[in-house]
Ligand binder design. Structure first.
Ligand code: FES
Length: 116
């Protein structure tokens, strides 16, 4: 198991805010929902959209590119793109839905620490 690393301070994010952080070349998405914090890959598993530029509703992050939705609690796909019909069917063949990678996180002494 890797050790936890500090990626930000708890006061660096307001509730409902998304933040992109880079740690040793790895680009991560931090999110704060109330007093809970979440960490995931910043890269959308669909086609690499910058999730830090997406919309956050509760723990659901919506990608700015094609509007796929993922739950930050576990990375599960809520919706794969906002496409429909043949376009969605083809996209699922060529790019099957896949979960967003999430990372364990803990708060210690005002620091957001992530296990990556
Ligand atoms: S890149 Fe995120 S939904 Fe397409």
């Amino acid at each position: 198991m890797d050790d936890f690393v500090t990626v930000a301070g708890v006061d660096d994010l307001e509730s409902g805010e998304l933040k992109k952080v880079v740690h040793e070349g790895k680009v991560l998405l931090l999110a704060r929902v109330g007093d809970n914090y979440y960490c995931a890959d910043n890269r959308c598993p669909h086609l690499g959209g910058d999730l830090s530029q997406g919309d956050l509703e509760g723990t659901i992050i919506k990608c700015p590119l094609h509007k796929s939705q993922f739950d930050l609690k576990d990375g599960k796909v809520i919706r794969w793109t906002n496409w429909s019909g043949i376009k969605l069917a083809l996209s699922k063949i060529f790019r099957p839905p896949r979960e967003m990678e999430t990372y364990p996180l803990k708060i210690e002494e005002g620091k957001i620490m992530v296990q990556i």
